[in-house]
Design a protein around this ligand. Sequence first.
Ligand code: RUQ
Ligand code: CUA
Length: 769
Amino acid sequence: MNTFTTRALSVCTGLVLGLSISTSAWSAKTLEQVMKDRGLTEKNILAAAKTYTPTGGRDEFIVFSSGGQSGQVIVYGVPSMRILKYIGVFTPEPWQGYGFDDESKAVLAQGRINGKDIYYGDTHHPAITETDGKTDGHYLFINDKANPRIAVIDLHDFETKQIVVSPYFKNAHGGAYVTPNSEYVMDPAQYAAPFADEFVPLEEFNEKYRGGLTYWKFNKEKGRIDESQSFTFEMPPYSQDLADAGKGPSYGWGFNNSFCSERYVGGTERGRPPFEAGCSSKDTDFMHVTNWKKAAELVKAGKVKKSKGHYLIDMKQAVKEGLLYLIPEPKSPHGVDVTPDGKYITVSGKLDSHTWVYSWDKIQKAIKSKKFEGKDPYGIPIIALNDALHKSVNVGLGPLHTQYDSKKCVAYTSIYVDSMITKWDYCQGKVLDQLPIHYNVGHLMTMQGDTMDPKGKYLVALNKLSIDRFNPVGPLHPQNHQLIDISGEKMELLYDMPLPLGEPHYAVSIAADKLKPGVRYKSGWNSRTDSRSPYKTRAGREKTERTCDAKGKCTVHVYGTTIRSHITPEIIEVTEGDTVSLHFTNLERAQDEVHGFAMYGQNVQLSIEPGKTASSTFVADKAGVYPYYCTEFCSALHLEMQGYLLVQPKGYKAKAVGLKAGTTYTEADYKKQVETNIATQEVIDQVVAFITSHNYKDFPTVVALVEDATDQLGFAKGAKQKSEAAAAKKDWNNAMLWANQWWQYQVKTADLGLRAKTYLEENKAKKIK
Ligand code: RUQ
Ligand code: CUA
């Protein structure tokens, strides 16, 4: 190993030296040649240089994008646009064991609707937790439109921890949007439906169908939504759409728009004109303005009634307490986005070419002086458009969503029909620049552009179609995220990234250095409940327990471990009909040393990250042989990380013959192995000498590697003793096999040691001895 490293190093040095002599001439010529060969312009090269991230380089921003109908979250870096992770949220994700291990199944089970498992979601809007209106990088929320649910993802391990279901809504599009200290997560309904879980004829639409807006209470300390403290505003059966929370001067208030305030119910089957005709006949719909702060006080004071276990503020109470107001907004509006300073709210009408800017100052004045132009059919006061509007700006046909720049007053709006991005000034009300994109942009996102702390620099257009942009892959195309440079006066298109997983509706971003994800779990950790697993197992404490109840139903609990390159136990014996509950703790401390666990024919697939305990429970209902193995190529002997579940028929009696090995060994084999082991030990000693002569204790990564290596060396000692004991009895077979196992542990020790040594060298550790 040592000689190999040294040789590899000298080869590398030679290469580098050789290159540096002719490097400028060589690369200049080649760059020209490459440009010519590939038909690249200077502009292309500049765009490439702005996005290209050299090997080992990191991104400045991390983006969390909804995965749409995939029910997942997609994580990628900006400006490289490299995908870093898919997070399973509402949909099983086998690669991460999500929806396959017992722990994550329990999370998905929280999302059951009327007792039914729902295995997908239509994720639309992610939101990162905020402190003082700034993204803090602790948690991420995302909604499911098809089933009215919100999920909580912990950004310390990028895992989904909780799913909550609205007790009232039958779908919910407009979440998730957070209040400035993540006190609440806003989640408006969309298609009106009865709050009761029963049949209500469409003829009773106006009276019994309802819209609404839930404020889910988030408990920051626990990192979970507290359903018992959450409350819902009952709203008219207008299709409540997107939401945003007030900030700064508008703190304590929330805004959500609506469409189809015509309350039109289609039904071409009944000879009625279709939904889209009746839902866009009026010139305006309504923005809903809610006072969540005052509502929370009423809840606290016990003045809000509970229904179905949740606080429900009905429209009568909301009007009486001054919690809910309406303001006309353009035809079939879509986005509603509060400016970073909290002074304005921009709304776009999908069927209009204007973005309307509302002034919080004016709205507040109208509310204070009770200046209303009337009431809607449910008695909710309506503030006149002119008493709320600051400006309306002609931005292009079909404007949707707006995000903000770090530059004062600068906003960007996605223009769906005209397929472009419009840069404009919301203070002065004028257009600054327009950039065509490909094609039909939905949401757009600037860096932290939905917070009080926008960073500018880049904009991503989340395009719905990608005709002619990528190699064809059949009738279903990928979606296209286009990266745009917004640092200058003019916007510049930099990069197209296909996203081949659902329709990514919205995305949020955060400066990468604000995220502090962990490297490993505390030993024996249930990552979904964030607590010590009752099935935590330590090295040497592995066991299998079979217990039967009075009716003779038996359960076998396997308390197992995984560590390179070994699954304990290697043989599991159960009886046909037993319930088998496997629990594996990954004993590794080394970074990224994940082990998987898959088994034939039982739908078992675990991903066990260092420290994690993951379980899988199933009924072994058919006698047979079920091999299992580790699914991660974790070490040179990964393929040997294997075992057998033997499901024996009822009443099976083992025959009295021992296991026969395929190969037998001699004394010479044993001695040869011992020689190798002694040589390997020398390598280990050299590495240990290097590490201990440096200030390795100042490097937590190295300390963890050293701990891990010490463990492995301890195992090596045990195997060595066993091999020597067998040799003393001239049992050369066992002597040789244990000597080989001793060597296996040495190899792992050496591997860890070398990783530690490389780390120290790369991080310029100081020599102390
Ligand atoms: S909204 S269609 Cu985000 Cu444009 Cu869901
Ligand atoms: Cu562990 Cu492969």
